[in-house]
Ligand binder design. Structure first.
Ligand SMILES: [Zn+2]
Length: 191
């Protein structure tokens, strides 16, 4: 794959990623999403990368924790704060040079959190048509919102089909909260 420098001019922060970096980190994010799927969570995985180092990673933990806000991005943000504490680093300095790699477009809640933490760049897989905060439902990423952190740049569409396929598998088979009565009824009628 040809190396392509992608910069984030909107923020003025020197934050570039190459095609090789995207490939490498998105593969790891996909692995996190697979882990979520194996644990009957909505398959979303993400990495927060600072200075070529993974400083936070996460997958959905909503069912496990019974906490609807434990999205992959929120889990990873907590890890970055922990990483900063352990090294005596300033979180604001780290976050403003950190790139988020995530398999699905961040939702409205997470997009707002990313703005508040001043993460300049998000690379993501598929669109999130139900809850997407980077253009699909609302455009929290680039909206002009007073006192709401800073807008961020997005690079969408990386391995989108794979990410969608995982979501489809989850909603078809894995979701313990999904109503199954209709399917069962049909199966009974058939036999
Ligand atoms: Zn979210």
């Amino acid at each position: 794959m040809e190396a392509k420098e992608v910069s984030a001019p909107a923020t003025g922060v020197g934050c570039c990623v190459s095609a090789e970096e995207i490939e490498k980190w998105m593969e790891e994010a996909m692995q996190m999403a697979r882990e979520a799927l194996e644990n009957t969570e909505v398959p979303v995985g993400c990495l927060l990368v600072y200075n070529n180092e993974v400083v936070g990673k996460g997958r959905n933990e909503v069912n496990q924790t019974k906490n609807a806000t434990r999205h992959a991005e929120m889990v990873a943000i907590d890890q970055v704060l922990e990483w900063c504490r352990g090294r005596g680093r300033s979180p604001s300095e780290v976050f403003e040079r950190t790139v988020l790699y995530v398999t699905v477009e961040p939702c409205i809640m997470c997009a707002a959190a990313l703005r508040l933490m001043r993460i300049p760049l998000v690379v993501y897989g598929c669109q999130n048509e139900r809850f997407g905060g980077c253009g699909s439902v609302l455009d929290i990423a680039s909206a002009d919102l007073p006192n709401t952190g800073r807008s961020f740049q997005c690079i969408p569409g990386y391995r989108a089909e794979e990410a969608v396929e995982m979501l489809k598998n989850f909603y078809k088979q894995e979701n313990p909260n999904a109503p199954k009565s209709k399917v069962r009824k049909k199966e009974c009628q058939k036999s």
